[in-house]
Design a protein around this ligand. Structure first.
Ligand code: AMP
Length: 511
């Protein structure tokens, strides 16, 4: 087939097809038709997710000393009362509308925004209904008339126990476990303010129209930290000096009002002094997130923090700043940073009747909270798109994943399918695996084809065993990005690969 007349695939389609074919992600329960917006991560996607989580834990949790950050592994099922108190039962909703003809359900705000290019965040049902009526909007699929707009709660309800059991919900964010367990963690760790509690785990949202692959799904993984701070000390972060000079890009409310899209560049310190950010805790996280997302392969000028407009922000918030990444499908939020004040703890105190305050110098204190909330699946899609490289003369497209995120660190290959090369290569592969390195073995096809296969799934290094390995114990290591090759001693392989992954050395050092 010539391919003539075929429409060029969009970047999103190319990446999504590749991610499906190469085992990064596929629909869950596919053989039964699956459920929209629910996906499984395949062998490569699962490894990438684990690497991402590991990198995040190291950077945001394990290496943090002042304030320290403790970990929690809470339940994904929460009782009705907890989510009533947190406000999710009453206001965790999206406006929906359905087609009276084809019965399709859709987000009313998305429909209006897509059809009229109009910003409707925070509008009431009456306002949304009026816009739909006045502009004669119909179903985008079949042109049918539309129902009245109603609010739809995004939580997934579960019945715990037999028929008349307790009503509960799958948690819509990991944060609530942290508030509910706050006192327990504080007491068991004898923690003093300020301190953080981090949690990594699944959250569930019954999205009305899941779309754009991993961007809007119904089951996803969050990595959240609630940082608890003495209200009198919100202006003092004990480790702020470490980040004060880091540059961050912020799209302010004033800029958004003027329709500007180019963010302002400032430093962590300057953003606090000039009151663009509400406190140094928020600035600390924005600075760290800027470093972290660059280390994942997302260029500095492709993301920024957007100060959410008042109508997008909960009434109790002291300021929300979303990290948005530029993608071929538009700007997408991948982290929500929120100054949640003491709203959650105060509410749970009121509704549960339990004292969640802590005693500081004989005084009862309800801490203030700053929260960064990271989405794993959205980050994975951003990494796939920003690390994707079209054919640059090598004859195939490839992924330039940073070594610490790449699902496989090195491919071990015998030069040809002959002994003793195959045996030496396989033994090398086994030794590397036993030492905790993510490696694979491949002896099928020409070396060139195997390099191509490795590049296509973003393997940063290929290690070739040739006749010299048998004689002089050397192997050839090929760098994916530069396609340069270096000859090294086989016995140094574990150390060299480990250093390349952790970024202690780069490939040029070996040349
Ligand atoms: P939010 O609580 O809505 O600010 O969400 C925090 C983070 O969770 C977002 O920045 C996303 O990365 C992630 N997230 C929220 N909803 C979804 C979803 N439906 N699908 C995938 N990720 C999501």
């Amino acid at each position: 087939m010539s391919g003539k007349g075929k429409e060029e695939k969009s970047l999103f389609e190319k990446i999504w097809t590749l991610a499906n074919h190469r085992g990064f992600v596929f629909p869950s329960a596919e053989i039964y038709g699956g459920i929209a917006g629910i996906y499984d991560l395949g062998p490569l996607g699962a490894k990438m997710k684990n690497n991402l989580i590991q990198a995040w834990r190291e950077f945001f949790v394990l290496r943090e000393t002042n304030p320290p950050v403790y970990e929690l592994d809470g339940s994904t099922i929460l009782p009705y009362e907890a989510l009533k108190a947190s406000g999710h039962l009453d206001s965790f909703t999206d406006p929906t509308v359905s087609c009276l003809k084809c019965k399709k359900w859709m987000r009313a705000d998305h429909l209006i925004e897509d059809s009229l290019d109009m910003y409707v965040e925070g509008m009431t049902l009456e306002q949304l209904n009026r816009i739909i009526r006045e502009n004669n909007l119909g179903c985008p699929d079949c042109g049918g008339g539309l129902s009245e707009v109603t609010f739809f709660n995004l939580m997934l309800e579960v019945q715990v126990g037999p028929a008349d059991g307790q009503t509960a919900f799958l948690r819509p964010e990991t944060a609530q476990d942290i508030f509910l367990d706050f006192k327990r963690v504080q007491q068991s760790m004898r923690a003093k303010l300020p301190f953080g509690i981090a949690q990594i785990g699944k959250s569930y949202r019954n999205e009305i129209s899941p779309r754009q692959g991993l961007i809007r799904v119904r089951e996803f993984t969050q990595m959240e930290i609630e940082m608890f701070i003495h209200p009198n000390e919100i202006g003092n972060h004990p480790s702020f000096d470490k980040v004060k000079d880091i540059k961050i890009r912020i799209l302010t409310r004033e800029q958004q009002k003027k329709g500007e899209t180019e963010p302002l560049e400032t430093t962590a310190k300057e953003s606090v002094v000039s009151k663009i950010l509400p406190n140094p805790y928020m600035a600390y996280y924005l600075a760290k997130e800027t470093i972290f997302y660059q280390s994942l392969g997302i260029p500095y000028d492709k993301f920024h923090f957007r100060h959410m407009m008042p109508e997008e922000t909960p009434f109790y918030s002291g300021g929300n700043f979303d990290l948005e990444v530029e993608l071929s499908i538009g700007r997408k939020e991948i982290i929500g940073n929120a100054y949640r004040t003491n709203y959650d703890l105060s509410n749970h105190m009121k509704k549960s009747g339990k004292d969640l305050s802590i005693s500081v110098d004989g005084e009862k204190v309800i801490p203030e909270v700053v929260e960064p909330s990271f989405g794993v699946e959205r980050a994975i899609y951003c990494i796939l798109e920003h690390c994707y490289r079209e054919d640059d003369g090598r004859g195939w497209s490839w992924f330039q994943f940073p070594p610490k995120i790449a699902p496989i660190t090195a491919l071990i290959l015998p030069l040809v399918r002959r002994e003793p090369l195959m045996e030496i290569a396989f033994k090398t592969y086994e030794t590397l695996k036993e030492n905790g390195l993510e490696v694979d073995y491949d002896d099928r096809g020409s070396v060139g084809k195997r390099y191509a296969r490795a590049d296509e799934i973003g393997i940063p290094f290929c290690v070739t065993v040739d006749y010299k390995t048998a004689e002089a114990s050397t192997v050839t290591i090929r760098d994916r990005d530069s396609r340069e090759q270096a000859v090294i001693n086989k016995n140094d392989l574990i150390e060299i690969l480990s250093k390349l992954v952790s970024g202690i050395i780069n490939f040029e050092k070996l040349l």
